[in-house]
Design a protein around this ligand. Structure first.
Ligand code: HEC
Ligand code: HEC
Ligand code: HEC
Ligand code: HEC
Length: 495
């Protein structure tokens, strides 16, 4: 990792880096025992990454070598363990009747501090000190088999496949990155923010990769991500103009991976139900507002005739799946058949209060498999002439605003908010792709002001726990904002 950085820096910096490697090789602890090839690689304990000579801040640059101090001072992941000692966590542990406090319970530690959890699948440490919280190895991969190697200069020339075999997560790859985040932000076996946790006070997990990625204080320069996904836009006086498809790919891959991993979690929950029927049905799989009318402003659940008869009935949780259809319907498209039959069946199951776990397990599994293929294709989609190209994205945005938007906005808060987050992500993605070609700053400013207005209506500040406090009559306001957006986009040759 370090070596890749050295390549692009000045000679003086390079000398410092080389010195750093030398120190690293000397002082970074290496695993002492041989590993069995078939066992999964172990964590070495991220305290070893924080050594001053490695990532602990020897270098005076903004990022290189200073990953640990940035993580420790600014990244919420470094605080993920300490929040397990706060009042909310204490209250949750009490309500859930956990036999131990939250900061000692695997049910919490598996996401908040996996290396210190008692769950042996997540925390097998080869004898070194872990860092509390979501530490380096949670994202970069258990380092037992790559720690020694990654400080050598030839590490950067290793193929992605070799690195993967060593247990190293190649986070330069958007799909790998999305899946790493989903491990905790969507969940899976042993990591489940289910209705019991939410009812005890845990925030509901609303994951949208491009939004989380943008809000996350990073320990590497954003420009590196942009440069890894260049698109050529044409020639100008000063040479080839390039933009970046990184933001676009991040959004599209993130949407599909979130849906896929949610289906896998659903399948896992349905499987558990076979052994422990009391765990079924899992209420977070439904639209929350089907039961919790007070969570949503009146206009979403009152019937149109103004009577108190709820408009929202039982239905599937829309959050992870809201943007799938618009993405798949877009032409030219790198895919791609959505698993429509399975998704339709699943949607039907959730109109009943007690759906059959066995059928759900089967269909969720099948749908997840197709989505995995779709995520792969989007990850490698050609960014010059398909859905992720400047032209493709502009069309997709117009379609969202004109055709899909009005439907999504009046469906429920989850769908409306996903639409807003996607429009916001696309605005950034389009700016990153085309800003060198043609800028219309006044129009961009106006688009941003409409997006800000939608944000306010949806009341989506950071730290949101539940959409309980919506302002009144959001649907009408959102529809009006979509009309304003449509006017702005229609009026432009660039869409
Ligand atoms: C599936 C992974 C997962 C599990 C399991 C989990 N959490 Fe969390 N927790 C998260 C994530 C992710 C967030 C951040 C929420 C967000 O902003 O999306 C969070 C947020 C929190 C917060 C709010 C933190 C803040 O800064 O306000 C508390 C408190 C908390 N969790 C406590 C717990 C406790 C106690 C348990 C066990 C009973 C637990 N969590 C289990 C993933 C998890
Ligand atoms: C929540 C996930 C996450 C955590 C925790 C995390 N990283 Fe990272 N890190 C990333 C991502 C994503 C990138 C960008 C992709 C890349 O460049 O490899 C990155 C980039 C890096 C890079 C630059 C690699 C390069 O290609 O130039 C280094 C070095 C690094 N991280 C070290 C650390 C260290 C040391 C820690 C612990 C103190 C840590 N990271 C914790 C996700 C994480
Ligand atoms: C091992 C589990 C884990 C992984 C992997 C992980 N996170 Fe987190 N993340 C958490 C937990 C737990 C929190 C809550 C921390 C807190 O509030 O104290 C969190 C918080 C966050 C927050 C702050 C959320 C808020 O509401 O303020 C962002 C942003 C975030 N993560 C982004 C990411 C991204 C992007 C990735 C992938 C590159 C990622 N995370 C990977 C567990 C994880
Ligand atoms: C099938 C009906 C049903 C669905 C769907 C449902 N809940 Fe609940 N919820 C309940 C019931 C019943 C209780 C009270 C019993 C308990 O605490 O489990 C409750 C309790 C709660 C509580 C704590 C009590 C309160 O009102 O402060 C919260 C918070 C909550 N649910 C949030 C959610 C969220 C968020 C979702 C969607 C992800 C959801 N619920 C989906 C039925 C449901």
């Amino acid at each position: 990792m370090q070596s890749a950085k050295c390549k692009v820096r000045s000679a003086r910096v390079k000398a410092a880096c080389v010195l750093q490697f030398a120190l690293c090789i000397l002082v970074c602890p290496s695993p002492e025992f041989a590993f069995a090839e078939d066992a999964s690689p172990k964590l070495v304990g991220s305290a070893s990454c924080a050594t001053a000579a490695c990532h602990g801040g020897l270098a005076g640059h903004k990022f290189v070598g200073s990953e640990f101090p940035i993580w420790s001072a600014r990244d919420p992941h470094s605080r993920a363990y300490s929040v397990l000692r706060n009042d909310l966590s204490r209250q949750m542990a009490e309500q859930l009747k956990l036999p131990k406090p939250a900061h000692e319970s695997a049910v919490c530690l598996n996401c908040h501090s996996p290396a210190t959890s008692t769950d042996s699948k997540l925390s097998s440490i080869s004898g070194r000190a872990p860092l509390a919280g979501v530490d380096c190895e949670q994202c970069h991969g258990p380092a037992e088999r790559w720690l020694t190697e990654h400080v050598r200069t030839d590490w950067r020339n290793r193929s992605a496949e070799v690195k993967r075999q060593r247990g190293y997560h190649d986070l330069t790859d958007v799909l790998t990155r999305a899946n790493v985040c989903a491990d905790c932000h969507v969940g899976g076996p042993g990591r489940d923010v289910n209705h019991d946790l939410i009812a005890a006070g845990h925030p509901r997990l609303f994951f949208e990769l491009s939004t989380f990625h943008a809000n996350w204080p990073k320990h590497w320069p954003d420009e590196i991500d942009a440069k890894r996904h260049p698109i050529e836009l044409g020639f100008a006086k000063r040479g080839i103009l390039t933009g970046s498809a990184f933001e676009a790919r991040l959004w599209a891959v993130g949407q599909v991976v979130t849906a896929q991993r949610s289906l896998e979690l659903l399948s896992h929950r349905a499987e558990l139900a076979k052994e422990t029927p009391a765990k079924w049905p899992e209420l977070t799989e439904w639209n929350c507002f089907a039961c919790h009318h007070d969570l949503q402003s009146a206009s979403w659940w009152q019937s149109k005739d103004g009577s108190k008869r709820p408009r929202v009935s039982f239905g599937w949780n829309a959050w992870p799946y809201a943007m799938l259809e618009p993405l798949a319907r877009q032409k030219p498209s790198p895919m791609v058949q959505l698993p429509e039959a399975e998704l339709a069946k699943l949607r039907r199951h959730f109109t009943s209060p007690l759906p059959l776990a066995e059928a759900i397990d089967r269909e969720a599994n099948a749908a997840a498999k197709s989505l995995r293929v779709l995520a792969e294709r989007l990850n490698h989609a050609d960014s010059t002439n398909d859905v992720l190209s400047p032209d493709g994205l502009a069309k997709l945005r117009l379609m969202l605003v004109k055709d899909e938007g009005p439907r999504l906005v009046s469906r429920d808060w989850d769908s409306a908010t996903q639409l807003f987050l996607s429009l916001n992500a696309l605005q950034h993605a389009i700016a990153a792709q085309g800003s060198l070609m043609e800028t219309d700053q006044e129009r961009d400013r106006q688009i941003q002001s409409v997006l800000d207005s939608m944000n306010e209506t949806l009341n989506f500040p950071s730290g949101l726990r539940s959409p309980r406090d919506f302002s009144a009559q959001p649907i009408e306001r959102l529809q009006a904002d979509l009309k304003r957006l449509q006017k702005l986009l229609d009026g432009s040759p660039k869409n």
